[in-house]
Ligand binder design. Structure first.
Ligand code: AMP
Length: 398
């Protein structure tokens, strides 16, 4: 079966077409600047030349149609007819408290995605348009929603409740939800397998460190806590997000600088984190290169990042009363050996021993702790698209 995976962001659409016989990627690509000037499709068919097409994409429906056209195109296509696509898996941001697993889309599911527009204002509308565009363009083929929040729905009340008046939970379902769930699920399961743990007796911490970053604590394969909250703003300091902050800071700055709450949230989401602290960049490669040249603010930003990661790991070790494996994943977690080394330097007292040589290498799933280390540390490249494709296949074949 061939499965198309779609990830619709606020102004972008990423896709991959899998042949699930061997989980091979037949084509992948990206539509950028949807709804703006200069929209562009970049299509990479396996074994063929990359194809780039600039054309107006006023909305996500147009983008989906362009992707489908590219997939069947006689020159740069990889299938001969759209009917060859057996199902479509959609990354959907928010399911509120409704779904704790992926689900085949029907009218009820679409209603839930719509009801969660408030909780995921940038993504959920785009996700729904993507689903409806596929329903029209590939009629009769199932669409599956794979939610970013689903994996975290196993968190206990004590982890997801905010200590604010209870009426806001009752009225608006204000609570911690968590994100990057597909990645946390994929990496925690792989870490258990890789380290040969008993899945029913395992404690794993997943550090998904990328432009957006989050950490989760996973006991026996189930998430019991995660660092992102009602929105992805909570938790770690990130590329451009502040992460945890005293909420009074927003009021203080707003009063001093004559800004409203929306402007403040925009600053905390887009102008803070590594970018705001360093004034250099949100990209860790730029930060290290500036730090090496003596840029003190870049150094400080990296220290803030690693310290916050270490504090979360420490708190999750307490929450789980121990840990078997710490797993690093995503752009920074997989590639940045200096960040991993800095983070792990906080855990000498727990007997974590870094294998410097393994840490400095690149590659696939691997240990970066020594055989003597009391806690195993691994790097597991994440693959959210493959996880979405697998879940889609499983559901439609049921
Ligand atoms: P992601 O959001 O998972 O795609 O991660 C993107 C981030 O990973 C970028 O902003 C970079 O900061 C970081 N990154 C990617 N490659 C490297 C690398 N080789 N070394 C350090 N950081 C990297």
């Amino acid at each position: 079966m061939k499965i198309l995976v779609l990830n619709c962001g606020s102004s972008s659409l990423k896709y991959q077409l899998f042949d699930m016989e061997n989980e091979e990627v037949l084509a992948k690509g990206l539509c950028e600047r949807i709804g703006a000037e200069g929209s562009v499709l970049t299509h990479k068919p396996e074994g063929k030349e990359k194809y780039v097409k600039e054309a107006p994409m006023p909305d996500h429906s147009t983008a989906v149609q362009m992707v489908l056209d590219a997939l069947v195109d006689s020159d740069h296509g990889v299938i001969s007819h759209i009917d060859e696509i057996g199902a479509v898996g959609h990354r959907v941001l928010h399911a509120g408290q409704k779904y704790s697993a992926s689900i085949i889309v029907n009218d009820d599911v679409k209603k839930v995605v719509r009801e969660c527009f408030d909780l995921g204002p940038l993504h959920n509308p785009a996700n729904l348009i993507g689903i409806e565009a596929c329903e029209k363009a590939i009629p009769g083929k199932p669409n599956v929603a794979v939610f970013d929040t689903a994996f975290h729905q196993t968190m206990p009340e004590k982890a997801y409740m905010y200590a604010i008046p209870y009426e806001y939970y009752e009225k608006y379902a204000i609570r911690k939800y968590g994100f990057h769930g597909t990645s946390h699920a994929f990496v925690s399961a792989r870490a258990i397998e890789f380290a040969g743990l008993n899945p029913d007796n395992s404690k794993v911490i997943v550090c998904h460190l990328g432009n957006g970053s989050s950490i989760s604590a996973v006991v026996n394969g189930k998430c019991i806590d995660t660092s992102m909250g009602l929105t992805p703003l909570e938790g770690l300091a990130m590329g451009t997000r502040s992460g945890d902050i005293d909420p009074a800071v927003a009021q203080f700055i707003a009063n001093k600088e004559n800004k409203d709450i929306n402007e403040m949230l925009n600053i905390l989401n887009k102008k803070s984190g590594m970018l705001g602290l360093s004034g250099v960049s949100s990209d860790f490669r730029d930060l290290w290169s500036a730090a090496e040249k003596g840029n003190e603010r870049a150094k400080m930003a990296l220290d803030v990042f690693c310290y916050r990661v270490a504090k979360y790991i420490g708190s999750y070790i307490t929450a789980m009363n121990g840990v078997d494996v710490i797993a690093f994943t995503a752009g920074v977690g997989e590639n940045d050996h200096d960040v991993r080394k800095n983070v792990l330097s906080y855990f000498g007292y727990l007997g974590v021993e870094l294998d410097e040589e393994a840490n400095n290498k690149r590659g696939e799933d691997r240990y970066i702790s020594t055989p003597n280390s009391k806690i195993k540390v691994v790097v597991i490249p994440t693959n959210e698209e493959l996880k979405i494709a697998r879940e889609t296949k499983e559901l439609v074949e049921k």
